[in-house]
Structures are given as C-alpha cells and as structure tokens.
Design a protein around this ligand. Sequence first.
Ligand code: BG6
Length: 496
Amino acid sequence: MSRFPENFLWGGATSAAQIEGGRCEDGKGLSHLDYVYYRGPKIPCNFMMSGDYARAKAEEDSLNFPNRRGIDFYHRYKEDIALLAEMGFKSFRMSISWTRLFPTGLEDKPDPKGVEFYHNVFRELHKYGIEPLVTMIHYELPIVFVEKYEGWVSPEVVPYCVKYFKFLIDEYKDEVTYWLTFNEINMVTAVPWLGGGILLDKYCTIPRGFRPFAKMPEDMERAWNYTSHQALHHQFIASAMIVRYAHDTAPQCKIGNMFNLHHLYPETPSPADAYRAHEETEYNMFFCDVMAKGYYPKWMLSYYKKHNIEIKWYDNYEEILANGKVDFISLSYYLSSIVTADPDRQERIGNFIRMLKNPYLETSDFGWQIDPTALRISLNELRDRFNLPIYIVENGLGAFEKPDEEGKIHDDYRISYLRSHIKAIGEAIEDGVDVIGYTPWGCIDLVSCSLVSMSKRYGFIYVDADDEGNGTYDRSRKDSFYWYKKVIASNGEDLD
Ligand code: BG6
C-alpha cells in the first residue's frame, strides 16, 4: 500500500514567462521580465538597476531576451499537454500572464484572445483529467508599473492587481480549483527587481561593480529593506483581498500562498550560530505567518524597528489580512544551507540564498546543495506551525544537458535527486504531514529564472533550443520521463 494518499496530485510546474513565448502576439503587452536580458550561461540577470533597464530599452533589437521566446508553449501547448498526460500527470502548475489579459495592466476589460487562450489550455488539461494549479502572478509586472510607478512599492498597483485577480476568479473558477496568488512571495525581499519590479538605484547609490549578495553600504541596505518590505506589504494586501473574494464568490476554489522554503542549519553547535539559524528560519516563516495566520508576528514588528524600516501601512490592513487567510501552504524547495553568526563569513549563492558550504551534502552543477532530509524536517515544522494541507509546487535539479549520438538524455542524476526527495515526502506523510501534491519544477525544459538561459534544464522533456533561441524547439523524452511515469502509476511506491 502506498504512503501517498489516493488522490495525490502528481504533476509538474512551469510559469508563463518561462514557457509561453508569443511575446507580442494577439495583443499581449510586456512585463518587467521581458526586459531581462541574457548575459552568459552562469551569470545571474535578475538584479536589474535603472542602467540595465535603460540599456534593455535602447538595445531592444540587439540584446537577447529569452523570456520573450519561452519554449513556444503558446503555439505548442496541445503537444506539451499530451506529453504530460502520457506521464500520467494529475496536476499541472502554470501561471497566467497578466499582460496577455490586460496588456498594460490599466485596461478595464481584458483582451478576448488572451482570455480564450487560457480557456483552451484548461480545456486541454481537463481532457486528460489533469487538474490545473494556477499561479496568478509568477514574477510578472506590466511594465507601466515600473515606468509610471515604483513597481510594487507604490500602493497604486494594488487595485489594478486586485481587478486582474478578480477577473481570474470570475472567469475561470469553474475550470480551476487550486490557485496560488504570488510565486515565491519572499523573493521580493531577496531580489527586489524580480519580485517587485523595483529599480533600487532610484532610492540610493549603488557602489560601482556591486555584485549581487555582496555586503551593502548602509544607505543601500536601508533602501533595499524599505522598498522590498513596502512592496511585500502591498502584495500581502492584494493576496488577502483576493482570498477573501474567492471565499465569498467561489467557495469551491482553494487559494494557497507560495514561498521559497529555506531550510537552515547552524554551522556549529555554538548558541550564537543556533540563534542565527533560528532568526533566519523565523524570517523565512514570516512570509507564511502573514498569509496563513492573517497578521504580522510581533517579532517582525520589532525587526522593522530594529532595522529602521518604516512601512506605510495600507488602510485597514489588519482587517484585510485577518479576512484573507489562505487555504493551504505551498512552497518551492531546492536546497538547504547553513548559517554562521560570523558576519564576515556569510555568503550568498544558489537560489538567491545566503549559504555556506555544508560538507555533508553534494551539490548540483550550479552549486545548489542537495538535501532531501531538510525537506522532511521542514514539512514537519510547517505542519506544527500551520496545520494546513501542503502542496509542494516546485522542486528539482537544474543541469547542463546535451543529447547523445542517439538523441537520448540519460538523466540518472535527476532521477536520483527526485527519488530521494519523493522518498522524503513519503516519510513526512508517514510522520503525519498532510501533503496533497508534488509538482517538480520545469517538468518540460524552460527558460531559467536566475540565468535567463535555456542551458540550465530541469525537464522530463527535452526542448531543442539554445540560449540564443536557435534550435527546432522539438520535444523529446529523457530517461526521467519514463521513470516519473512509473512513479505516478505506482502512486509513489516504485522509485527504482
Ligand atoms: C524558483 C522560481 O525560484 O526557482 C522559478 O519560482 C525558477 O521561476 C526556479 O525557474 C528555478 O530557478 P532557476 O534560476 O534555476 O530557473
């Protein structure tokens, strides 16, 4: 008998910006991710400042914008969904592109072609019995909010966003049960441009040659803290408003939060290291606290005081948050890290996360530390803290891959990563955690978020496209495709 519940939602995850392409087709507008340009196979691109943005606009014809191409899901969704169905998917995580429905974000009425596109996708999924899991915003902000406002720092974005969210619920509530409001809501504080469309140098001077995650001068740190937490506050508000709206108008819908789970160990048994790990863990959980408990924890208010972060609170925010608590917790999980109390030895690499090398763990091609046990521990902690169902909506291994002479990809490293994580999830379920689904990231190869490249691949399905957009875009099955099919067919029992 399987440890996984009978209706467990096995599937895979994607986002609109990373798969759709069809950049300006059928009236689609541009979002801030459409201006992120490729800089090399291992260079993070999502720390945009005003200069980068100006360059993206001035050199629009010559720079390389992979998000504008995606993997051409816009035209190939039928073929892609048929492949997912062949693996036995029960669930497919995708996002809706705000600018495909409301090209500038300011319109009163959506574009009918965009509306129809998502109906078509949902129809196709349901044809195979696949449940859509829809992220309302996966790192996409119509560009007008960067140009005319200050990204999510501006409260003016809230009503436009809520209008878009309400439209989604009204239009698609009979086709979509599971919704997530903001992808990895905590990323706005880690990468302000990516999560909030914030150009930080509008608020402070950025030292020449500043590297992401390097130590910041004081005024920059202040600007970073203020803008990102103010933007986060507005996202919490928009999210709570739509949860409340859905509860009132579409009670069949279930709305989750979505955060990047960051499991931390102290580097040594010293109380100082243990306290740092505790602090960082509380910080990571804070993003769920607000959305699941409906209020800012007291310690966070002290944190704001300590760091001189003066949030301009949205009118009636306490009531709005209290009335908009999510129905389930969802998370992405890729790696764990260790922390030290020594400020000079803290580093940040990997998925935008501060971390030190853990000698007990292996790493991926990209230095991400592989740790399924941390997932099991965190799932137990989340159960104790929130007592809500948990949907694991991202997990996986990014790797460089090229087909062999026979055109095959033997991705045993991916199978091994996923096997160990599925095993850990099964164990957490035995521990009493209510995990309802698992959608590994990038089930079909897609554009990497941090590197904006095709060469970092996560898929069960290979897409023949390179970082410059060359290739046939044809799809083919990797070894993991057949393996995951067996896993799903045995409801997580056959992991060999
Ligand atoms: C998550 C994001 O942070 O990690 C995805 O929600 C992203 O959009 C994924 O693609 C993997 O990160 P990357 O940088 O390897 O694509």
